[in-house]
Design a protein. Structure first.
Length: 358
């Protein structure tokens, strides 16, 4: 089968790393990078360090408003689809690159496989919720990561082509975790590219990431989050997403935080290392909530909802307001119950199941 796969944002490179390796044993895959993420440490580093095949096309759309960015992708993807005439288009997750790929294929009747189908936050204000609902509606193969996702689709009347294959990000964690043994802790700490400040590199730490529009659309929310991190009992390693960087910079200039190590975004292996070894993770990332769950690191998620509801069972993950008191309270006082922990995200064979089903 000839498949055109669309990627564009950081988590999609990680998903493609897990899937491309497997589906290329059976299928002919053409990889299209939309260029939604383009900084070296948001894009190239993953292709290099995770041995993802080089994209056959890069549309280099860059950053723009939702409409302009999605429109540029639509035009570029349509041209490639008409030229390549694949049997199938594959998209991952819920970004603007996902929706653009699905919409371009749907209009010219190319069947769509959506990996990570059926996830819902039930918050239509999120661009991700809009992207995933629209993509699911026009997909022929809906590869769900969990039973919850299958039920969400059923509740919307979507039952045809729906398969729970497990989570491809779980495949990636289990595959790349083994690589960590090759490196010493010094290797990961020495690679941290500190953004500003003079914080000593800690060996006992929390790890934080923040990038969601709902947290970055108001500097007061970031102020509260940083106030909480500054008030924690151990240092915090914070690889800063480019969306968050200008906000963090202006607050750092005002407050000279001393408990937070602000760093450039890190590579995937580094992220796994820091997640495994953190006391707890504080994040609003979808992928990191699951990685923390799989790697047994408790997580505090600064969001009102999560799509990964299984992580909440046993307090492996707990939701939290962007409020310094709430964050500190939940980081300090949440106790995790490991006694009933389950493999909700599969056994690391999601990509093989996808390849076989196709
Ligand atoms: C996007 C996804 C989000 C996903 C996230 C993963 C959408 C609507 N959102 O959000 O679901 O969780 O990726 O990280 O698709 N920027 C750079 N360099 C880069 C990339 C971005 O400087 O390489 C800056 C630009 O100022 C840009 C901003 O980050 O405007 C936001 O980037 P964008 O891709 O629009 O959204 P993300 O917040 O990354
Ligand atoms: N990640 C990374 N380096 C970082 C931050 C995140 O490699 O500095 C990885 C993380 O381990 C996870 C994925 O990127 O696999 C999550 O992406 P992100 O948080 O950008 O998006 P989301 O999952 O929220 O859509």
């Amino acid at each position: 089968m000839k498949i055109v796969t669309i990627v564009g944002a950081r988590p999609q490179f990680i998903k493609a790393a897990a899937v491309s390796r497997i589906i290329r044993n059976k299928h002919n895959e053409i990889l299209v990078h939309t260029g939604q993420h383009y900084d070296k440490n948001m894009s190239d580093i993953f292709f290099k360090e995770m041995h993802i095949p080089k994209p056959d096309f890069n549309l280099e759309v860059g950053s723009d408003s939702h409409a302009r960015q999605t429109a540029a992708m639509l035009a570029g993807i349509e041209e490639i689809l008409i030229d390549q005439n694949p049997d199938l288009l594959m998209v991952y997750g819920d970004t603007n690159s996902t929706l653009a790929g699905a919409l371009a294929a749907s209009k010219i009747n190319i069947p769509i496989a959506h990996v990570e189908a059926g996830l819902r936050s039930f918050n239509m204000r999120m661009p991700e919720e809009q992207n995933r609902i629209l993509t699911d509606r026009i997909s022929s193969y809906l590869f769900c990561p969990t039973d919850t996702a299958v039920v969400n689709l059923r509740n919307e009347g979507i039952t045809k082509g729906v398969y729970n294959v497990g989570d491809v990000m779980c495949d990636a964690v289990l595959f790349y975790k083994k690589e960590l043994e090759k490196y010493s802790p010094d290797y990961f700490f020495s690679r941290l590219d500190v953004l500003f400040g003079q914080v000593e590199i800690p060996r006992k730490y929390y790890m934080a990431t923040i990038h969601r529009a709902e947290n970055t659309d108001d500097i007061n929310k970031i102020r509260e989050i940083l106030k909480a991190l500054e008030g924690l009992d151990e240092k915090v390693i914070f690889p800063v997403h480019p969306r968050t960087k200008p906000l963090v910079k202006s607050l750092y200039d005002e407050n000279n935080y001393e408990n937070i190590l602000f760093a450039e975004p890190v590579g995937y292996l580094d992220m796994l290392y820091f997640t495994v070894n953190a006391i707890k993770v504080i994040t609003d990332s979808g992928g990191i909530q699951k990685e923390a769950y799989i790697l047994n690191t408790p997580c505090v998620t600064i969001r009102d909802q999560t799509e990964w509801v299984e992580t909440l069972i046993g307090n492996h993950n707990i939701l939290c307001k962007p409020d310094s008191q709430d964050i500190i309270h939940k980081v300090k006082n949440t106790k995790t119950d490991y006694s009933n922990k389950k493999n909700y995200y599969g056994n690391g064979d999601a990509a093989s199941k996808i390849s076989a089903l196709l």
